[in-house]
Design a protein around this ligand. Structure first.
Ligand code: HPA
Length: 279
């Protein structure tokens, strides 16, 4: 995606977002329920946005919600673009760059993921502390767009420690029993074989899924503060692995969604109270 295309999408959206919006949220599979917490002022189907890719997978509605959570202005992506759908890495990550141009300072991402950590249960909510990119590619390959960030971006704190700590504090206050861990991102669309789950655990992963890593790399490259959360929808732990389907993933994600929604909505309120995290 060229800078012109990214600018075109941003120019279309700028007059439609709430001026001063600094928080964007990406809602993953089965996690659209957070939309119920948003005092919606506008809803824009992806197909209306110039140069924006269009989402196809079931469980992803494909629209941008403009509104407020607890008085804090947000943009929420209901539905994201996945690499396994056949989009290029540039298409998958284009929304993150559009958000940068719109003035977003904090990106909150959510996803459904398979559990690798034997201490996790199906239905757990995991705050992402770090990731391992197993997509076999990187969205920053190619000419660097210097207006967004450096050629060789530092990744020593990709997921904001400040927001992680804030979320864990909220989790304690609300009795949400949050987990923390490393998210392994893979292309999909196959779920893992038992040998692959085992390998990802050996590599240091706590959860595995088919999204998030590309958008997070692009957001972090552009200096956006990132917070991520995974819902553990199935187990990849030896002895616990059962057949998994997209339907089951959606069902478990929807059941766990109120706890994730609680964390995110309170986090957004806290972010709104503070000063801008990064300028
Ligand atoms: N593997 C990969 N992606 C997933 C899984 C899984 O087990 N569960 C939900 N998304």
């Amino acid at each position: 995606m060229s800078i012109e295309e990214i600018k075109k999408a941003a120019e279309y959206l700028r007059p439609r977002i709430i001026p001063g919006t600094e928080v964007a949220i990406v809602l993953g599979t089965g996690l659209g329920g957070l939309v119920g917490e948003i005092e919606t002022v506008d809803s824009i189907p992806y197909e209306d946005i110039p140069c924006f890719p269009v989402s196809t997978v079931e469980g992803h509605k494909g629209r941008l919600i403009i509104g407020k959570i607890g008085g804090v202005s947000v943009i929420a992506m209901q539905g994201r673009f996945h690499y396994y759908e056949g989009y290029t890495m540039q298409q998958v990550t284009m929304p993150a760059r559009v958000m940068k141009l719109l003035g977003i300072k904090t990106l909150i991402v959510s996803n459904a993921a398979g559990g690798l950590n034997p201490g996790f249960k199906v239905g757990d909510v995991m705050v992402i502390t770090d990731h391992i990119n197993m997509f076999g590619t990187n969205p920053l390959i190619g000419k660097n767009l210097d207006e967004f960030g450096p050629r060789f971006p530092d990744m020593s704190e990709t997921y904001s420690k400040r927001l992680t700590e804030l979320a864990l504090k909220i989790g304690k206050e609300e009795n949400l029993d949050l987990r923390t861990g490393v998210y392994v991102g893979t292309s999909g669309p196959t779920f893992e074989t038992p040998a692959e789950y085992k390998m990802f655990r050996l590599l240091g992963g706590d959860a595995v899924g088919m999204s998030t890593v590309p958008e997070v790399i692009i957001a972090h490259h552009a200096g956006i503060e990132v917070f991520g959360v995974s819902i553990i929808t199935d187990s990849g732990v030896p002895g616990e692995i059962v057949e998994v389907s997209h339907e089951e993933v959606q069902k478990v994600a929807a059941a766990a969604e109120p706890r994730m929604t609680k964390v995110i909505s309170r986090l957004v309120e806290e972010i709104g109270k503070g000063t801008s995290p990064k300028s």
